[in-house]
Design a protein around this ligand. Structure first.
Ligand SMILES: Cc1cc2nc3c(=O)[nH]c(=O)nc-3n(C[C@H](O)[C@H](O)[C@H](O)COP(=O)(O)OP(=O)(O)OC[C@H]3O[C@@H](n4cnc5c(N)ncnc54)[C@H](O)[C@@H]3O)c2cc1C
Length: 418
């Protein structure tokens, strides 16, 4: 894949029109007011039939599972290549592209909305659908995938971020006669203040087992459960359209039907690593949206802004910034295209590949956004100009879904293990 197909571009333009008509007029309220992003996201879903597509995918999967069928076996990449004309992607690649395009388009204006949507549908809905029993999928899965309900995925704690599993203190104690009692505090949780459904990740209390080696369990909680408190939105540097909060659990009693998979033996750590991989690829699409928009705005400003009786775009130092932005845009776009191709071949990126993709894209988005502010001069520092918001928003890409430093460790570990 070397460029978007005509069909991709049609979808892109339609999403862009939606964003400009529905989201841009509300940006002030989303970023600086009290408007949560969920109704606008639901409108996006309804407009493009994304809710109906999620519903039919869900129904197909449930029907397959009820019929006792395993997922379709993976075809080898060589078999796929024979079916797909050169330079184009097949159905799986198209599906991946259709996921990436709204992310890119939303991030041109409002990266926070993608975070809110991705955590609800991708992380929370994805966890239920990949680890849940049939009954759990039917109980929570569909509402999360259609955004009818808002989800939160809670692993980070005040004392454990990068070392999410090792330092985790949240606990599940077995109750006599079945079920568990949950305790712990979670922080920086996207959608935390508004979530209807929460995946609470904690450690099983196991006497004699060192804390770092205890089993990791995932529970599904509903808003309003006794002993569960969801904080108000925390104040933060950027990404204001994505509410972030804390969760406090004090002796929350649950039955086993809320333990994802209804078994203590699920390979939770491996499952979480897969989640990290998906999250990291999504960040590259977010970075592409931010970089595209920053570049577009910078080129426009460089042509319009006159100093020393010349447009600033005539100064070589400004040209260098624009050229480096274009290099970053091309590189990130190529990474996104490669990801689409990988999906098309039925291959998942390795952890090292998705970490490398995330590390590069996040750093490039931050550099581009900072340079866009620089090109705008004093105006770039003012909230009236969009580059100021994009610059604050870009920073988070280097922190969540694993910091830059953690991506470096993942890549190096993989290389050294080979
Ligand atoms: C806006 C936002 C939304 C978020 N949403 C969610 C969410 O929905 N759910 C959730 O569970 N979490 C969420 N997080 C939390 C996020 O995943 C963590 O902030 C992130 O993993 C980093 O953890 P930390 O903040 O505790 O930093 P720390 O782990 O304390 O890191 C501090 C610094 O030390 C560095 N460091 C740590 N360990 C190493 C090491 N081994 N080698 C080198 N350097 C190291 C880090 O890279 C960083 O620079 C969110 C965070 C933000 C900012």
């Amino acid at each position: 894949m070397i460029e978007w197909s005509e069909q991709h571009l049609m979808i892109r333009d339609a999403v862009r029109r939606f964003v400009e008509a529905e989201i841009v007029p509300n940006l002030e309220e989303l970023e600086h007011g009290d408007m949560p992003p969920y109704d606008l996201l639901r409108k996006l879903f309804a407009t493009f039939g994304m809710d109906e597509m999620a519903r039919s995918r869900f129904e197909r999967e449930i029907a397959r599972e009820k019929a006792g069928e395993a997922k379709a076996p993976k075809t080898s990449s060589s078999e796929e290549e024979e079916l797909v004309p050169r330079g184009r992607v097949g159905a799986k690649g198209d599906a991946a592209a259709m996921t990436m395009i709204p992310i890119i388009e939303l991030c041109r204006y409002c990266p926070g909305m993608v975070t809110a949507m991705g955590v609800s549908m991708g992380l929370t809905g994805g966890a239920v659908m990949s680890k849940g029993t049939l009954a759990q999928k039917e109980r929570w899965g569909l509402d999360l995938l259609t955004l009818d309900k808002i989800g939160a995925w809670a692993i980070t704690e005040p004392g454990s971020g990068s070392d999410a599993f090792g330092g985790m203190k949240s606990s599940a104690r077995r109750k006599e006669g079945g079920g568990y009692i949950l305790n712990g505090n979670k922080t920086f949780i996207t959608n935390g203040p508004h979530a209807d459904t929460i995946i609470f990740i904690c450690k099983l209390e196991e006497e004699g087992v060192p804390m770092r080696e205890r089993k990791i369990l995932n529970f599904v909680l509903d808003r309003g459960m006794k002993g569960l408190v969801q904080s108000k939105a925390m104040r933060k540097m950027g990404l204001h359209s994505s509410p972030t909060g804390e969760l406090f659990l004090s002796d929350v009693e649950v039955e086993t039907d809320r333990l994802l998979g209804e078994s203590e033996e699920q390979p939770s750590r491996a499952g979480a690593k897969e989640t990290f991989s998906t999250e990291r690829s999504g960040v590259a699409a977010m970075a592409l949206g931010i970089v595209e928009r920053c570049l577009e705005l910078s080129v426009k400003y460089a042509k319009e802004r006159v100093q020393f009786e010349r447009p600033i775009g005539e100064f070589q130092l400004v040209q260098l910034k624009l050229a480096k932005m274009e290099v970053a845009r091309t590189n990130i776009q190529n990474l996104v295209f490669r990801h689409i191709e990988l999906v098309d071949c039925g291959r998942r990126p390795t952890l090292a590949e998705s970490s490398a993709m995330k590390l590069y894209s996040a750093q490039a988005a931050m550099e581009v956004a900072l340079e866009a502010v620089q090109i705008y001069g004093g105006n770039g520092y003012m909230s009236e100009y969009q580059v100021e918001q994009l610059c604050r928003d870009a920073k988070v890409l280097q922190i969540y879904a694993g910091t830059d430093e953690i991506q470096v460790s993942s890549i190096a570990r993989d290389l050294l293990a080979g």
